[in-house]
Design a protein around this ligand. Structure first.
Ligand code: FEO
Length: 394
């Protein structure tokens, strides 16, 4: 599919992807690769290493040029969803030279897919393809240490690899065609689940790219950003997310065994909502836990509510908190509540998990034995009103 003069999208849609190492991708995804036709023909990134995807990409390429004519293959990132077809392409294009970052070379070598003809490109190095110029920017940890982006100067197109991507598969290629609201939502989910730990690196990358006149962002997943207002919006969102800027809502993340913790969660929900705080309930057993990080992007306060089972928090809540401990959100306040049978001390583990996930615990939790009594519900309401809500509103 042509995306600009002499520039084609030659990647594939993975319609059936539902899980990307734990991140539930309800909308499938795409592995985008781009072909630049100039005196030197360049392929930017490849696709995941499945026979079907490799075959589809080679067919896409063959419909534009003979594959053996490719001169350069840019590997912006060594993760297998982008490097999976490098070997296949290099076999078919024996004169091609692979271009990668120093860490990219190491990682491709470790994967056993570094071709004989390769060249490590320096940060901000430029390469002429004849009438056009590619400029490479090392962007370590957006997503891996090897990550880089490639800027096509004359066309003002940024091939941003994982950055600005979405796991969202469609037959169209542009964010404005797919619907900007859904694409922004998927971009937020992608950022939250994949890039949240790398905020500092993302700010550095955004600073490095600040001087570029970007008229199109072509990521390696999902839709291409081409309208000025959409490009400004996604860069602004990335800046906000990378700075861990808290949102304005409260989120109550909970599970329940016999309904007691749900009563506590619901009391928190009603009390917070009633005080004018935008509040959402999230039962981790009923909903997709990949949506929790996305909700946290927009949150400033999270209640974690769990029952105790076998002297431990409920495994469903443990799974969520272990996942969040890897993402390491900053600047979010949190508090805990829950119901126990006889092992109240186990809530120390809940609070420990919450702190380990980098949330700022604002007060000791509120815990009840078995089902909360009317008196305990009143105590919870009073605690929320007098102690917790003022802290949320600070
Ligand atoms: Fe889309 Fe980090 O790979």
């Amino acid at each position: 599919m042509k995306i600009a003069k002499n520039i084609y999208s030659v990647g594939v849609v993975d319609w059936n992807l539902t899980d990307f190492h734990g991140y539930h991708t309800s909308g499938g995804t795409t592995y985008n690769a781009y072909l630049l036709i100039d005196n030197k023909i360049t392929l930017v990134d490849t696709v995941k290493n499945s026979c079907t995807f490799v075959s589809r990409m080679i067919n896409n390429l063959s419909s534009i040029i003979p594959v053996e004519k490719i001169d350069y293959v840019v590997s912006n990132h060594a993760e297998k969803d982008h490097s999976g077809a490098i070997i296949n392409i290099m076999e078919k294009a024996p004169n091609a030279v692979l271009l990668c970052s120093p860490h990219g070379k190491e990682n491709l070598e470790k994967y056993g897919i570094l071709p004989a003809k390769y060249r490590v490109v320096g940060n901000t190095e430029e390469l002429s393809t004849g009438t056009k110029t590619l400029k490479f920017f090392h962007t370590p940890l957006v997503h891996w240490p090897d990550s880089m982006v490639t800027y096509l100067k004359e066309e003002n197109i940024l091939f941003s690899n994982d950055g600005f991507g979405q796991h969202y598969g469609k037959s169209c290629m542009f964010a404005d065609e797919a619907g900007i609201d859904i694409v922004l939502k998927e971009a937020a989910k992608y950022y939250a689940n994949i890039l949240t730990p790398y905020g500092t690196s993302i700010i550095k990358a955004l600073d490095a790219l600040k001087g570029l006149d970007i008229k199109m962002i072509a990521p390696a997943h999902g839709m291409i950003w081409r309208r000025k207002q959409d490009i400004e919006l996604i860069i602004s969102d990335y800046t906000k997310w990378a700075k861990h800027t808290p949102g304005d809502k409260a989120l109550i993340v909970y599970d329940t065994m016999w309904g007691s913790t749900e009563i506590l969660a619901d009391t928190c929900y009603q009390q917070l909502s009633g005080s004018g705080i935008k509040t959402e309930l999230f039962n981790v057993s009923k909903r997709d836990i990949s949506d929790i990080p996305t909700e946290i992007l927009d949150a400033k306060f999270i209640v974690f509510a769990s029952p105790i089972l076998h002297n431990q928090i409920l495994p469903t809540m443990g799974k969520v908190l272990v996942y969040l401990s890897g993402l390491k959100f900053s600047n979010r306040k949190a508090w805990c509540t829950g119901s126990y049978g006889w092992a109240k001390n186990a809530f120390e583990k809940l609070e420990g998990f919450v702190q380990n996930a980098s949330f700022d615990l604002i007060a000791p939790g509120f815990y009840v034995k078995f089902k909360p009594t009317d008196k305990e519900i009143e105590e919870l309401k009073n605690k929320l009103t007098e102690e917790i809500i003022p802290r949320i509103k600070e």
